[in-house]
Design a protein around this ligand. Sequence first.
Ligand SMILES: C[S@@+](CC[C@H](N)C(=O)[O-])C[C@H]1O[C@@H](n2cnc3c(N)ncnc32)[C@H](O)[C@@H]1O
Length: 285
Amino acid sequence: MPSVNTYSIKALVEPLVSISASPDRDVRYFLSEITGVPLAELFDQVQMSMAQYREFQAMCARRLRHEPVAYILGYSEFWGLRLQVNASVLIPRPETECLVEAVLQLHGDSSIRCLDLGTGSGAIALALATERSSWHVDALDRSQEAISCARENASRQETPVSNLSFYCYDWTSFSSGDRESRYHVLVANPPYIDPVSDAVCNETRLYEPDCALYAGLNGEADLIDLIDVGALLLLDAGWLYLEHGYDQGERVRYFMAKKGYQSITTMKDYAGHDRFTLGQWRIIR
Ligand SMILES: C[S@@+](CC[C@H](N)C(=O)[O-])C[C@H]1O[C@@H](n2cnc3c(N)ncnc32)[C@H](O)[C@@H]1O
């Protein structure tokens, strides 16, 4: 029987205070992962064997180098789904759940075709596919590592997800072919950070993949590309949903209107920031 010691959680948190905005939460996630004690049952103290304590110290050492908790644990939560994440995919953000919520609210249970452009861990595609079994959801990413991660996430869901397909493609060369295979809904959270921005935190700047974060033309290049791609992939009266930076709404509305989209609206995230814009592709009357 390995010897077990009792540790004060407050003392374990102390080393992380200088680098983390949420040191107590970080430590509790690590402890829960290592000991198997649910978060809700971790109070002031925790018991660990020497091996477990060493594992905890290794996690804290990574965190002290600013590595995000999700990469250290190897998973993140999105829309109530547990998703594996690694250094080749963006850690799904809570604000992207607002985008998912809006798509679900605007489109009901009828059988539609939906495409997630730049799926990363598969977060948006999986949330939509699991909420709407009547939809067929396609998801693409140009990163093979991201597609492998997204596929793995789909295969790990408790209920098999049979209405979701993955494609390793660049969205500028993805063709829906004939008219019948165009989409009712396109959704994307593309890279939209200006590469010269100094507003990116250490966690993101040092660990998340550049190809998921930065876009040329002051962060607008991929948003503009996707507005063009939408015109090729959407059915008439289909909808494009684009996540963007809090200060990019006006420009996205401008580019969508210029291309010919209608009913263009920018919506806010849970923090009250402009976060995504939707527009409807040409309605033929
Ligand atoms: C900001 S991440 C979003 C990931 C995921 N949808 C989410 O919300 O968590 C953008 C993703 O777009 C992918 N991407 C960037 N440019 C692309 C392109 N031209 N074609 C296809 N995928 C692209 C990146 O590999 C990355 O996975």
